[in-house]
Design a protein. Sequence first.
Length: 326
Amino acid sequence: MGFPQERPRRLRASETLRRMVRETKVTVDDLIYPIFVTNGQGVKNPVASMPGVYQLSVDLAVKEAEEAWKLGIPAVLLFGIPAYKDEKGSSAYDDNEAVQRAIRAIKDKCPELLVIPDLCLCEYTSHGHCGLLDEKGNVMNDATLEVLGKVALSYARAGADMVAPSDMMDGRVGHIRRVLDEAGYSHLPIMSYAAKYASAFYGPFRDVAESAPQFGDRRGYQMDPANGLEALKEVRLDLEEGADIVMVKPALAYLDIIRRVKDTFGVPVAAYNVSGEYAMVKAAAQMGWLDEKRIVMEIVTGIKRAGADIIITYHAKDLARWLKEE
Ligand code: PBG
């Protein structure tokens, strides 16, 4: 067959027809909204490289989470800017730090909203690396696992609905799973940043989270952007260690990885539409060079079409409003 029997345009003739045959639909149920929490009261610090994103004190983070919930967003991902940092990242497992207090306060106000703390050390270490360092400045994998386990427990105690380890140490999912199980939290799911690349797209995030490494870079633990098969290995290991949801991060330069992970493993896949991806859209929209709403809809549709079930995005509140309008 072929033309003139086949005329694909027949099914594009009206919005109603297009709606009926549409293959991919993004809904508010797919979204996770990241929130950055800091100490203090009434704090709302803007970040130049991420218009619309703020460091929020717990009181305001609760309001932000409530707003997300009212818009229908099912989950928030929490990052912390702690009151103190040291070599060992000990503020990460301080039960009175911003993230732990935010978890308790948000669960109190919005019990059904899923609260997912990001689990990493880079915001909490004085050197800004995601693990403990030896005297030469190398990240010590196995010693780091112990600290990550303590952080996971602290989040579980605070009432987190899930934890999301983003450090990229080998074996951390298995270790966190064991620690949680032994403490009676075997029901708590793990969403692992499984295929997390050493990406320049994290630049604006490090401004907000104040987590840039003080020396060197993260290429010793995050993945080489050139590697695809290695992503499948990382995902396989995380699943074997007990991950419930696996993440690919960033999203846009890694849509092929999302597809391969989905096709190979058939498990729930999350994609992180990261800070640099957000900043590019915001900057171009502010210049009047792009139609923000249409661009964002196209981006999230592409991420979902690639195979993602869940999309972590700073555009989540806007998306929720736009999806409601349609
Ligand atoms: C922590 C972490 C990072 C991001 C999420 N968790 C930064 C990094 O690895 O340097 C980046 C998110 C974004 O860019 O939006 N390890």
